[in-house]
Design a protein around this ligand. Structure first.
Ligand code: 13P
Ligand code: SF4
Length: 360
């Protein structure tokens, strides 16, 4: 660490000390090491949402991306403030589904399939249940809460789909957004065949068959779509006894070719339990993979895509921004506060609390 970097790290530690129990710093696994070293807890989206919901800290500084901070705001009291060190830290996948398009799709799918809206429980026996991935804006979570739906994360997606199908009725279906890959991979793992899945591409003419089980929004993660089966084959040819673990945001062929898949926290635990000497290829964001490699020198860890870039928005949380927001909090200001509108909070909280009650 250079002397400037060290000075910033030292100042962050001092500011943390001053704020004491009033402050909680939550860090996602994709954050750079210079941020992770200051996090009180490191976790996946589920774990961090759960911790925010349980915390009494006055200030929760979220070192992650915008949808995570929004969810924390919804799950905490009005007396607590959620701060995102850089307000531009969003998620390109989350931006792929916007409320207007989802509402339009919702109406058209109900019409095409003859399914009912759970917001009108008396209207029939078979329903369309909306399920939004955590990586989505708060108004989409609110939409799910208002229409009998739920939020999921990559750590509990199959439990969430089971929850949804229990409520959908025998011929019911799920509308899953925004990540088609997580939806498809989870559906396949539960035995839903390809023939009962359909993709909804906003802005195009979509025809949904009436026996559909899951309608997948055409969204994806630009980091995880870069993993391929050629990379898996290459790794296996170099390491016949090696193991491959990937995030379920990867395309289906890659998940099928891997030995295991799961959330970032799942990946961390999977790596931790491998025998010394094992060669492991990890299909997820590079900051996390590089950190695992440093933490477990007895293992041979590599990224499945050797040239992969980091998640550019997670990387927007720079230590200088973290230091700046802490300085301002100590001065009595609340900078970069993420505040979800009251009218959106209600339904979103219902959908998030349903999600938190379902662990994998
Ligand atoms: P996790 O919930 O697995 O941490 O995933 C969040 C994410 O954005 C992965 O790209
Ligand atoms: Fe969004 Fe992909 Fe970055 Fe996760 S890795 S925050 S899904 S862009």
């Amino acid at each position: 660490m250079g002397s400037d970097e060290q000075a910033i790290a030292d100042r962050i530690s001092e500011l943390k000390e001053i704020l004491g129990d009033d402050l909680l710093i939550l860090g996602h696994h994709y954050q750079r090491d210079q941020i992770v070293m200051h996090a009180d807890v490191l976790g996946d989206s589920f774990l961090l949402a759960e911790l925010a919901a349980k915390s009494n800290a006055k200030y929760i500084v979220f070192c992650g991306v915008h949808f995570m901070a929004e969810s924390a705001d919804i799950l905490t009291s009005d007396k607590q403030s959620i701060v995102l060190p850089n307000m531009r830290a969003g998620c390109s996948m989350a931006d792929m589904a916007v409320l207007h398009d989802v509402e339009k799709a919702w109406g058209e799918i109900l019409e095409q399939t003859g399914l009912c809206d759970p917001a009108e429980p008396e209207s029939g026996e078979n329903f369309l249940i909306p399920v939004t991935y955590m990586n989505s804006a708060a108004d989409l979570k609110d939409f799910c809460g208002r229409h009998g739906g739920i939020v999921c994360t990559s750590s509990n997606a199959s439990g969430i789909l089971e929850w949804a199908y229990e409520r959908a009725g025998p011929k019911g279906a799920v509308l899953f957004f925004p990540d088609q890959h997580l939806g498809r991979n989870t559906g396949l793992s539960m035995g839903i065949p390809d023939s009962r899945m359909a993709v909804w591409t906003p802005g195009e003419k979509n025809q949904i068959p009436s026996d559909v089980k899951i309608v997948l929004w055409h969204g994806f993660c630009s980091v995880h779509k870069r993993f391929t089966t050629t990379q898996v084959d290459d790794f296996r040819s170099r390491n016949p006894n090696g193991v491959v673990v990937v995030h379920p945001e990867c395309p289906r062929e890659v998940v099928d070719a891997a030995d295991a898949n799961g959330s970032t926290e799942f990946i961390r635990r999977f790596v931790a339990k491998q025998e010394p000497g094992t060669h492991i290829a990890v299909g997820t964001e590079i900051n996390m993979v590089a950190r695992l490699d440093k933490q477990y020198p007895e293992l041979h860890i590599e990224c499945l895509e050797p040239t992969i870039c980091p998640c550019s928005t997670m990387y927007m949380i720079h230590p200088v921004y973290l230091m700046d927001v802490l300085e301002k909090i100590v001065e009595g200001d609340i900078p970069n506060q993420v505040i979800v509108e009251k009218k959106v909070q209600e339904g979103a909280k219902v959908a998030l609390e349903r999600m938190l009650s379902i662990k994998q």
